[in-house]
Design a protein around this ligand. Structure first.
Ligand code: HOZ
Length: 425
């Protein structure tokens, strides 16, 4: 494949944008080489500036669950753009969006729209602190909840990809209030809670982790966390930025049958536009201003173009619940195909999958937390990534990210992917 235009664009970008990208993982730092610059996308395919075509397994890191440039979403955006792109005043569409979300997900009495998953998680933690009057939170190693200061401790995604141990600019005071332990280790949480009795405001978790590859909660783990939260009056926050409206219409809460107190959303909820949201049970959410004094605001919160893109996407998912089954079947088909290829290859590997989230780790043991994800063979991943890219398969450029399937993918696309994997090892 020729990448000469992408190379020129990357050179040019670096003169004006830190590292040439507006979000670090895109820079291909951990896999090496030059990021491909995308020009357009349609359905399951991306087209880069050199005219190369790729089968997309990132789906904009989750949002494009229906495929790129989905006609109903594009038409809705076009129509709403003619009315104005922002008012800074309430609209009926925001109520419709909130009502639609409430009709799809459990445990959401009140919901506030924001512009990103980072804002959603940051605000949910503020609510938990405001509600409980406590300062500390527990997060899990390798989980990523956006780039707000409190979360940049032992974080996954780009922080793990770039192997950043301590983030300069995050004060020790903030880090001090973020306690961490390994994902899937209930005993470690019990210990932390008993050592910090009556000081923990919230436990925040990705119910299925997607920022250290895809990692599933072990049976009983989330139930155990729920019990601890109930016993200790800790607010249980599900970060469903990745899993929300992706694992099922009701997200991980519905798929895994666990209740959260507060839930955060991003990605799919905006249909590819910058949208996030935090919501939950009334008793927690009524501390949010102007009902209560926990302040949170945003000029572009509930932006009409973002709302109509998200609303149209969610409505499509709600009206066509078979999409989730189709997505899961396609993902299992991919997993089975990759399994066959990797089995014959003879080197160690693990594939984790739930619904339309999947990742391959070149590891000789089960990948259940950040430690096990980190010991996988990253050199092998790099080679695999580049070999796949050259064959027109666009995977996340880091082993610390989940792959996301979109429903525009056909079985032929997946067969091509499996075939490419066979030639890439
Ligand atoms: N943090 C995102 C995935 N976990 C990556 C966002 C991006 O680079 O676009």
């Amino acid at each position: 494949m020729n990448h000469s235009i992408s190379k020129q664009l990357f050179e040019r970008a670096q003169a004006s944008i830190p590292g040439g990208v507006n979000s670090p993982v895109r820079a291909f730092k951990s896999v090496g080489g030059t990021p491909v610059f995308i020009q357009k996308a349609k359905g399951a395919y991306l087209f880069d500036a050199d005219g190369n075509k790729y089968i997309d397994y990132i789906a904009s890191w989750g949002p494009m669950i229906l495929g790129h440039a989905y006609e109903k979403v594009v038409t809705a955006i076009q129509e709403y753009a003619t009315y104005s792109t922002s008012y800074g005043a309430p609209t009926e569409l925001e109520i419709e969006m909130a009502e639609l979300i409430k009709s799809m997900v459990p445990n959401v009495d009140l919901i506030r729209m924001v512009s990103s998953g980072t804002e959603a998680c940051m605000s949910a933690v503020r609510v938990a602190r405001g509600y409980t009057g406590r300062n500390k939170i527990i997060k899990f190693e390798g989980c990523y909840h956006g780039h707000a200061d409190s979360f940049l401790v032992k974080a996954g995604s780009g922080v793990a990809t770039l192997n950043i141990q301590t983030v300069p600019g995050v004060t020790s005071g903030v880090s001090h209030d973020t306690l961490t332990c390994a994902y899937n280790d209930l005993n470690a949480v019990e210990k932390l809670v008993s050592e910090n009795k009556n000081q923990i405001a919230a436990i925040i978790i990705e119910p299925v982790a997607g920022n250290m590859g895809c990692i599933l909660p072990q049976p009983g783990y989330l139930e155990g966390l729920r019990k601890i939260c109930d016993a200790e009056d800790i607010v249980f926050i599900f970060d469903e930025v990745m899993t929300g409206f992706r694992l099922s219409a009701g997200g991980a809460q519905q798929t895994l049958k666990i209740d959260a107190d507060l839930v955060t959303y991003g990605k799919v909820i905006g249909g590819g536009l910058p949208v996030g949201a935090f919501g939950g049970k009334k008793k927690f959410m009524e501390v949010v201003a102007p009902l209560g004094n926990v302040y949170q605001a945003g000029t572009l919160s509930g932006n009409p173009i973002a709302m109509i893109a998200g609303y149209t996407t969610l409505k499509e998912l709600k009206n066509n619940p078979s999409i989730y089954q189709e997505l899961e079947e396609k993902t299992i088909y991919l997993k089975n195909g990759l399994n066959e290829v990797l089995k014959n290859w003879g080197e160690p590997y693990t594939i984790n999958q739930l619904g339309s989230m999947i990742s391959v780790h070149f590891s000789n043991r089960p990948v259940v937390d950040f430690a096990t994800a980190s010991t996988a063979d990253n050199e092998r991943f790099k080679k695999f990534f580049h070999a796949m890219l050259e064959k027109g398969i666009y995977l996340p450029p880091s082993a610390f990210e989940s792959w996301f399937l979109n429903n525009a993918l056909s079985i032929e696309d997946i067969d091509r992917t499996i075939q490419a994997a066979k030639q890439s090892l």
